[in-house]
Structures are given as structure tokens and as C-alpha cells.
Design a protein around this ligand. Structure first.
Ligand SMILES: [Zn+2]
Ligand SMILES: [Zn+2]
Length: 147
């Protein structure tokens, strides 16, 4: 039986396959974000994200990046495939040791699912937000590294 220390590995790719990912290690937390900027990059829905240690994430393939100021005052840099436009991950200037990977590019089946919904005050009126999720109207506290 696998213990707590078992190495978790995830693989993934963008929609066109030009960018591939390999992640070793457990997520530090998963979030569904309904902020306006996420709606704009996610075709109206939320983004679904899993936070990992940057050192645990290996990306192969060319990435393009963009950035915007986050509501917190930090700068959010997001990386995407220049060929298909798929969002791969984001990184905050305040937490360079972490990467926020878009769950959609991680191969299924996997055990990742949002455990909290954030920025729900910006969600559209028609949004169906799972009431079982921890709910933050705006930014939640930063993830704590689990020992
Ligand atoms: Zn692609
Ligand atoms: Zn967002």
C-alpha cells in the first residue's frame, strides 16, 4: 500500500500537443477562480487550478507569456501555448516558488478537483457554483506548504 510519501506524478499537454508537462509531487491546493480575468481567458467560465511547487513541474515545448496586475497588487504572469493558445500555468510575483497549473491541461483521469471557489463575487449570475466548495468572495489566504 502506498504511504503518504508516495510520489505523485501527473502528465499533461496543451490542446495541440506542442507543450507537455510532467509534475511530480502533490498539489498544495486546488482552486476554482471566478475573477473577471479568468472568465476572459476561460470563455466565460472559471479557471480550475492546482498549485504545485515550481521545482516539481517540468514543462517541455515553447511557451508564450503575458502578465497583468492582480487585485492583490502583485503581478500575475500566465504562460500559454503560442500555437493553440491553451493556458498552461500562472505564477504570482509574490510566490515565485509556486506555479498554478490549469487543471484542464493535466491528463485525465486524475485526482484533482477544485476544493475552493474564489472571487465568487465576480461570477456571472448564471454561474453554478458547487455549494460543497469552500467559498471566498475575493482572494483567499495563500496556500500553506504541507509538510
Ligand atoms: Zn498547444
Ligand atoms: Zn481568476
Amino acid at each position: 500500500m502506498l504511504g503518504e510519501t508516495a510520489l505523485m506524478t501527473y502528465t499533461g499537454s496543451c490542446a495541440c500537443g506542442a507543450v507537455t508537462l510532467e509534475i511530480s509531487g502533490k498539489t498544495l491546493g486546488t482552486r476554482q477562480c471566478w475573477c473577471r480575468q479568468c472568465q476572459q481567458i476561460a470563455a466565460g467560465g472559471p479557471t480550475n487550478n492546482a498549485i504545485f511547487r515550481a521545482e516539481d513541474v517540468r514543462i517541455d515545448g515553447e511557451l508564450s507569456t503575458g502578465e497583468w496586475p492582480a487585485a492583490s497588487g502583485n503581478t500575475l504572469t500566465f504562460s500559454f501555448c503560442p500555437s493553440c493558445g491553451a493556458q498552461i500555468f500562472a505564477q504570482s510575483s509574490a510566490r515565485k516558488h509556486l506555479v498554478t497549473v490549469r487543471i484542464g491541461v493535466i491528463d485525465t483521469p486524475n485526482d484533482l478537483r477544485p476544493e475552493m471557489a474564489i472571487w465568487t463575487e465576480e461570477a456571472p449570475a448564471w454561474a453554478q457554483i458547487d455549494p460543497r466548495l469552500e467559498n471566498y468572495p475575493r482572494q483567499p489566504p495563500p496556500p500553506q506548504a504541507k509538510a
